[in-house]
Design a protein around this ligand. Structure first.
Ligand code: TXD
Length: 324
């Protein structure tokens, strides 16, 4: 059937641009096309690399059985008309390096990438993955001048997935019954919330003793570093790509899914003018709503401490970008 101009069925396949064709970017591109979610443009500064990855993934289409297109490029002109732009470009963390050490290099990369991408895709939503992502999400929002609901950062989905995994492993149960919540910046100061983390609706604080909960919280906080220490050459990318793909899917399919994302706060949790991990509903407009959980004094203090660290780095990065 050929759809008429009045057909409610759109003939346009959604388009997702992934900037940075490294481990996270290429794995995300693979997930997006193999889940049939969108066509993908994979962009990197390294010549030939994104083109090679794209061709390799195209050659897998017949076997994987999907019809999505992927192109690899070094030219932002090829990203035109994207619905979502995901920024994964930057340097990964090396052993012993903190996320904040990466601030200087990655701030410049992310801001330049966002400015170039928005010029070709003025309607796009942006998801920032590059670290330190809470800070870079703010800088990208400023650089693109987009409404805040169209810019968000990915980390909370990953941190929550890690906490969920450790809870399920500890109890020897299916992850499917575990719902874990982690707020705050993606760093050592992130705020896992055991009271809101449940197994079939029962808070884990009722299922484990305090020291076990504390151990799992600590492991979650060190989740990224644990993998860096093991791998030695680079960091995690499978779960980060899956986490980002979940956000892409929630937006493209207008799912109104509640996840933790770095979203812009305007008074929620007593915080203003900052992007930080909070429960947010994601749909086709981006962040539809920020949900405010009731926090204890200790949880609220921990969130504010994390926010202060993000804010300090926003100032540091802004000064640095201004002096370049
Ligand atoms: O939870 C999270 N948000 C994270 C974030 C989880 C995992 C990884 N996290 C961060 O994502 C990580 O600390 C890095 O900052 C990014 C990307 O991690 P990845 O593991 O994919 O790094 P790679 O493999 O080094 O890939 C980075 C690519 C590489 O191919 C570079 O050539 C490219 O980025 N790059 C650029 N592309 C486009 N434009 C510019 N300027 C550029 N500079 C580097």
């Amino acid at each position: 059937m050929i759809s008429s101009p009045n057909s409610p069925i759109s003939c346009q396949t959604p388009r997702v641009t992934v900037i940075g064709g490294g481990k996270v970017g290429s794995t995300l591109a693979q997930r997006v096309i193999e889940k049939n979610l969108a066509d993908v443009v994979l962009l990197d500064v390294v010549e030939g690399m994104p083109q090679g990855i794209a061709l390799d993934l195209m050659e897998a289409r017949g076997i994987e059985g999907h019809d999505r297109q992927i192109i690899g490029t070094n030219d932002y002109a090829d990203t035109v008309g994207s619905d979502i732009v995901v920024i994964t470009a930057g340097l990964p963390r090396k052993p012993g390096m903190t996320r904040d050490d990466l601030l200087k290099i990655n701030a410049k990369i992310a801001v330049e990438a966002a400015e170039k991408a928005i010029a070709h895709s003025p309607e796009a939503l942006f998801i920032i993955v590059t670290n330190p992502l809470d800070v870079l999400t703010y800088l990208v929002w400023q650089a693109t001048k987009l409404p805040s609901h169209r810019v968000m950062g990915m980390a909370g989905v990953l941190d929550s997935a890690r906490f969920q995994t450790f809870i399920a492993m500890e109890l020897g149960i299916s992850f499917a019954d575990v719902n874990a919540v982690v707020l705050g910046g993606h760093g050592d100061l992130m705020v896992p919330l055991p009271r809101y983390s449940t197994v079939g609706g029962v808070p884990i604080t009722e299922l484990m003793d305090t020291s076990t909960v504390e151990r799992l919280v600590e492991r979650t906080r060190n989740g990224g570093a644990e993998i860096v220490e093991l791998m030695r050459t680079g960091g995690a990318y499978y779960a980060p790509a899956s986490s980002t793909c979940l956000m892409v899917e929630a937006i493209l399919q207008n799912q109104s899914r509640q996840v933790t994302a770095a979203a812009y706060l305007q008074g929620e949790y007593g915080l203003n003018d900052i992007f930080i991990g909070v429960p947010a509903r994601l749909g086709c407009r981006g962040v539809e709503k920020v949900l405010e959980l009731n926090l204890t004094d200790a949880e609220r203090t921990a969130l504010h401490t994390s926010a202060e660290s993000v804010r300090k780095n926003i100032h540091r990065a802004s000064e640095m970008l201004a002096s370049v």
